[in-house]
Design a protein around this ligand. Structure first.
Ligand SMILES: [Zn+2]
Length: 195
């Protein structure tokens, strides 16, 4: 099992619960819209999907598989690394979340992004899709930052994570959008360019 430590994701698809999820009629998950948002960068959708299923090889999972090394979080060294800690509780992730919310001029609980997307009807669909895609990209980049910290012993600044996420999603939006955009959304989108 230790040989698989260098992989980003467990590759034994036989262990994935997705087979049951796909094969059981009516057994749907509430985060699929976030996962398959067309503004998502595809690799970020895949990592987000794995996060939602708790399938990344975080240190708590490796420990259960017999890895005797520390479970300490690579990004903050302040707690054991688990999906919950890495993406929601870690000081590093919280900072990323605060910064992306500042930039997107929204306020939400990252653990309740699905509910926010349902409730946030006063925002345009365009903004909600952009916000969700940016958050999914941030999750992907946090995982990348964690892997870089593991292999290169260096931690990327949360500001860089947020800049990369917003830039990547903005580029996808402007390359794909053919629909007319409301004036208020244009000024919001332009405000993201200065990130
Ligand atoms: Zn941490």
């Amino acid at each position: 099992m230790l040989e698989s430590q260098g992989l980003e994701l467990e590759l034994d698809f036989g262990l994935f619960p997705c087979y049951d999820w796909i094969s059981t009629p009516g057994n749907t998950v509430n985060w699929w819209k976030l996962c398959w948002n067309s503004l998502n960068v595809p690799k970020s959708s895949f990592i987000y999907w794995a996060v939602m299923l708790g399938r990344l090889l975080t240190r708590d999972r490796l420990a259960k598989m017999g890895d005797p090394t520390s479970m300490e979080c690579y990004l903050c060294q302040g707690a054991d690394e688990s999906h919950g800690h890495l993406f929601f509780e870690c000081e590093f992730s919280r900072k990323c979340s605060d910064l992306v919310q500042q930039k997107l001029t929204i306020r939400l609980n990252p653990r309740a992004l699905v509910e926010w997307n349902k409730r946030g009807r006063r925002l345009s669909i365009l903004r909600r899709r952009m916000v969700c895609a940016c958050y999914v990209m941030v999750v992907y980049l946090i995982w990348q930052a964690r892997n870089k910290a593991r292999t290169m012993f260096t931690v990327i600044h949360p500001k860089v994570i947020v800049q990369q996420a917003i830039q990547a999603i903005s580029i996808r939006f402007w390359a794909r959008n053919k629909a007319p955009i409301k004036e208020e959304d244009i000024s919001w989108l332009n405000s993201l360019r200065s990130s």
